[in-house]
Ligand binder design. Structure first.
Ligand SMILES: *[C@@H]1O[C@H](CO)[C@@H](O)[C@H](O)[C@H]1NC(C)=O
Ligand SMILES: *[C@@H]1O[C@H](CO)[C@@H](O)[C@H](O)[C@H]1NC(C)=O
Length: 214
């Protein structure tokens, strides 16, 4: 198994002055939701959709808000062993924050919760012929997301009747932070991530390019 070591970048972490999270649950600002995301957790009431090779076992690259209020969602997914790009255009429905996406049948996608610079939780109803599947996805700006959004996923699962044991971590990212220096309560930290998922090394994604884009 190939292990790739990626250093995501140097970050100055300050222990003091932790900012309060701005959790948004309605009236989403799509411009602030735009940008790069990493899919960290998936949950579904039917595991076949999210297990290996399942139609929803896919990984977000970015969201772009289009001028006509639709969203461009770019994902990638391993199909027949190949890392394949999957772009979707999601058109907003009459309901704010709710989108239509044709894929594996039809999907009704609702943005449920966001902290714009940290994480995004979406709830999808997939209607594939007669079968309806509920799917919850956690995307994060950094695959090494804090435990708090992961706890939120469990609460959303309970709300939508998805067993919490159906939550799978698909980030495949073991991110390690190595602190170099501590300066007046701030830590100069280098994040290194070891990933065994070849798809997570797709060009233009999750690599050194993402850190230089900021
Ligand atoms: C918005 O624009 C995109 C890209 O041009 C297009 O694919 C989509 O269908 C448009 N949405 C609506 C609701 O017209
Ligand atoms: C997923 O698909 C790949 C390639 O087609 C195959 O080698 C692998 O066994 C499949 N895994 C499962 C769990 O079906």
């Amino acid at each position: 198994m190939k292990l790739l070591l990626l250093c995501l970048g140097l970050t100055l972490l300050c222990v003091h002055g932790q900012e309060k999270r701005d959790v948004v649950t309605s009236n989403f600002d799509m411009a602030k939701i735009s940008g790069e995301w990493y899919t960290v957790l998936l949950a579904a009431d039917s595991m076949e959709k999210i297990e290996e090779n399942g139609s929803f076992r896919m990984f977000m690259e970015y969201i772009q808000a289009l001028d006509n209020s639709s969203l461009l969602l770019k994902y990638h997914k391993e199909i027949n062993g190949e890392c394949t790009e999957l772009p979707f255009v999601a058109d907003e429905t009459e309901e704010e924050g709710v989108y239509d996406v044709p894929y594996d049948g039809y999907n009704w996608v609702q943005i449920a919760e966001a902290v714009y610079n940290e994480y995004l939780i979406s709830y999808t109803l997939n209607i594939d012929h007669e079968k309806i599947t509920k799917i919850i996805e956690l995307d994060a700006r950094n695959p090494d997301v804090s435990p708090q959004p992961k706890k939120r996923i469990e609460e959303h699962c309970q709300k939508y009747g998805i067993p919490t044991e159906n939550v799978v971590d698909v980030s495949n990212a073991e991110t390690h932070s190595v602190s170099l220096w501590a300066i007046r309560g701030c830590l100069l930290t280098v994040f290194c991530s070891a990933s065994a998922d070849p798809c997570s090394q797709a060009p233009g994604n999750h690599g050194s390019q993402s850190s230089s884009a900021e």
